[in-house]
Write a protein that binds this ligand. Structure first.
Ligand SMILES: NC(=O)C1=CN([C@@H]2O[C@H](COP(=O)(O)OP(=O)(O)OC[C@H]3O[C@@H](n4cnc5c(N)ncnc54)[C@H](O)[C@@H]3O)[C@@H](O)[C@H]2O)C=CC1
Ligand SMILES: O=C(CO)COP(=O)(O)O
Length: 380
């Protein structure tokens, strides 16, 4: 690195924030991210498919369904016209539920400038393919640079300006063309920087995305157990062992262990497993209390990523021989008709294992069928 001619200090390369960004997806998280971008001084367009929501954003600067009580920044404009929204965009954020990412990425590919980087902000694994969201988007986006934004970020708190931090992940190198300071991660992190929103950068897309996909399932597990009447010991055990499942899957897929201890891993896991604000935790709580699935959230359709992802994540884990007993338990309850009490009693009665799991040891658990039945009875 060259020294600065005047000061003799090492020359620091300058990265510039993106100045014109389009957010595709006008739900809670898309709008909250658009709020951050607009507050950071970025020319921000939000592209949604529901004209009533977009009219409310443009005419009243509110979106009561998604961010109740928030006044949106004046500069934030909404549209349902995707080609217009993507015209001249320097960066694009795709913020729709994971099951819609492929479809939306395909539309973005048609209309966004060829060089525009795209960050996917959904948390999940594609059911049909087992691909990460960035891999799904990459398949559709014709060579554009693809990354993601993830972290412990409840949308409403973010939009209300509560101090929040997230990780922006993109590749740092492209062959020998890009250097870290030229990565879209740094430029987007600068665009996502305000007095209350702090961005970190990473090039470990696998580690970041596995964190986001797995934490939702563990949050459902925590909700189920809290709803069934158990307390903090149980939740702490599920969070800690859930982190171990996250770490094992991330590493098996080529992610880095230290990423899992960052914002997108333990950060998001601890947030989502600790608060009924989380839709995933809340679904678990309601089911654990015995509410029928159709009556959860008063019958409103709500995005609960962990529900479908309990299946896609465990399918992926099975394909790479990673044991994820908590996620498997949630899957068995949500998708295979397992009884909540019996499933959790069996989870607790698994053979004794070593911590960390890299030590390959296991012993038979002394619990008898009667012990398991007694615990199952307490949970049901
Ligand atoms: N709400 C939150 O606090 C956070 C959510 N996320 C993630 O962001 C993703 C989106 O979640 P939310 O915004 O909360 O959901 P939401 O339910 O609030 O909004 C989803 C939006 O996506 C739109 N959409 C769905 N399918 C579409 C399609 N095919 N084309 C165009 N628009 C489509 C819907 O119309 C809706 O506006 C999820 O993967 C979630 O896990 C991530 C961080 C925080
Ligand atoms: O991802 C989130 C916070 O980081 C939002 O969690 P829920 O989808 O469970 O509400």
């Amino acid at each position: 690195m060259k020294d600065h001619a005047m000061t003799g200090q090492p020359f620091q390369p300058v990265a510039l924030p993106y100045r014109k960004v389009t957010v595709v997806g006008a739900g809670s998280w898309g709008t909250a991210l658009a709020v951050v971008l607009a507050r950071a001084g970025c020319e921000t367009t939000i592209c949604g498919r529901d004209p009533a929501i977009i009219d409310e954003i443009n005419m009243k600067s509110t979106t009561e369904r998604f961010l109740p009580g928030v006044t949106l920044p004046e500069g934030l404009r909404g549209t349902t016209d995707m080609p217009k929204a993507l015209e001249g965009a320097e960066a694009v954020l795709i913020v729709v539920p994971s099951r819609s990412v492929r479809n939306v990425a395909r539309q973005v590919a048609e209309h966004a400038p060829k060089e525009t980087p795209v960050a996917v902000c959904a948390k999940g694994i594609e059911a049909e393919t087992g691909l990460l969201m960035t891999q799904v988007a990459e398949e559709e986006l014709g060579g554009r640079c693809v990354g993601c934004v993830s972290g412990p970020t409840f949308a409403l708190e973010t939009a209300l300006g509560h101090p929040t931090a997230a990780t922006v992940a993109f590749p740092f190198t492209y062959g020998d063309r890009l250097r870290p300071h030229e990565s879209p991660a740094v430029r987007l992190a600068l665009s996502l920087s305000t007095e209350s929103f702090r961005s970190y950068v990473s090039d470990d897309l696998v580690g970041v995305e596995i964190g986001g996909a797995v934490k939702n399932i563990i949050a459902i597990a925590c909700g189920l157990m809290s709803g069934a009447g158990f307390a903090e010991n149980t939740r702490a055990a599920l969070i800690t062992r859930g982190l171990d499942e996250m770490k094992a899957l991330a590493e098996a897929l080529g992610g880095r262990r230290e990423t899992v201890t960052g914002l997108s891993g333990i950060g998001d896991l601890s947030l989502t497993c600790s608060s009924p604000t989380s839709r995933n935790m809340s679904l678990g709580l309601q089911l654990g209390q015995g509410t029928p699935r159709a009556d959860c959230f008063d019958g409103r359709p709500v995005v609960v990523e962990g529900e479908m992802n309990a299946k896609s994540v465990t399918d992926l884990a099975r394909s790479v021989n990673v044991a994820m007993p908590i996620c498997e338990t949630v899957r068995s309850i949500l998708h295979e008709g397992a009884d909540l009490g019996t499933a959790f009693a069996n989870l607790w009665a698994r053979p004794i294992e070593a911590e960390p799991r890299t030590m390959d040891l296991s012993f038979t658990h002394p619990a008898t069928d009667k012990d398991i039945a007694t615990l199952a009875e307490r949970i049901s």
